[in-house]
Design a protein around this ligand. Structure first.
Ligand code: ZN
Length: 231
């Protein structure tokens, strides 16, 4: 569905064809262009769990939706378990598996010379994130992924999130990570006291963060339910 915008952006870069496409995870808003870009000649690369999810039916409980298998051309043809590296147009590109985080297939993509770190949906810049428990995501995995990204970044790294303001940095990512950890602790405390999910939402454990982070599709109640599921 983003084909017209992507086609326009590619044309502005030059006439050369796209030869490689990297999927940071399987979600449709990140992999929906696979089929047409593959038809245009791109090789698709992903972590092996991402490829598995794209090839089968996926039920995402929190969206109450079943995703159908992708067409053959949309399935990544080059998969890896932990790490993969590429050298393209003089750029060193490093792909690294986070372990289960937002899904069970999230990877970071590092462009070494440019000092750019793409962290996919393990980071939503300025907004509460979705966490896909149906395919292996969890709040603790999200926090662990942020810790890994922070360790890999330098103070002048350009960090590209999966959603939110498209260009970020280590300071903002640190703030996102600290928000996740604080809400995780608040929700865990309530759950330990025996509060049900609805009682925990009613106690507003995200209140201190809502003005800044609660202004997008994952609202405070929804985010609280996602955290509750994982603590
Ligand atoms: Zn996603």
């Amino acid at each position: 569905m983003s084909r017209p915008q992507v086609t326009r952006a590619l044309a502005e870069l030059g006439a050369e064809p796209v030869t490689h496409l990297i999927n940071t995870h399987w979600h449709f808003d990140h992999a929906d262009g696979n089929d047409w870009l593959h038809s245009a000649g791109a090789k698709i690369i992903a972590q092996e769990n991402t490829s598995k999810h794209l090839a089968g039916i996926q039920r995402v409980e929190d969206w109450d939706y079943n995703f159908l298998p992708s067409p053959a051309g949309a399935i990544p043809s080059e998969v890896f378990a932990r790490e993969h590296s590429l050298k393209l147009n003089g750029a060193s590109i490093g792909l690294k598996y986070y372990g289960p985080a937002h899904t069970d297939g999230d990877i970071s993509v590092t462009f070494a010379e440019a000092n750019v770190l793409h962290v996919g949906d393990t980071y939503w810049n300025g907004i509460y994130p979705f966490i896909d428990y149906s395919t292996g995501g969890s709040i603790d995995g999200m926090i662990a992924a942020c810790n890994a990204s922070l360790a890999a970044a330098t103070s002048d790294s350009i960090i590209i999130p999966g959603h939110g303001k498209p260009v970020s940095n280590k300071t903002e990512l640190q703030e996102f990570r600290d928000m996740l950890a604080a809400i995780r602790d608040n929700v865990a405390k309530l759950k330990k006291q025996g509060r049900t999910r609805d009682e925990t939402v009613a106690a507003k454990p995200t209140a201190a963060f809502d003005a800044k982070w609660g202004q997008f599709v994952i609202d405070p109640g929804f985010f609280t339910r996602l955290v509750y599921e994982g603590v």
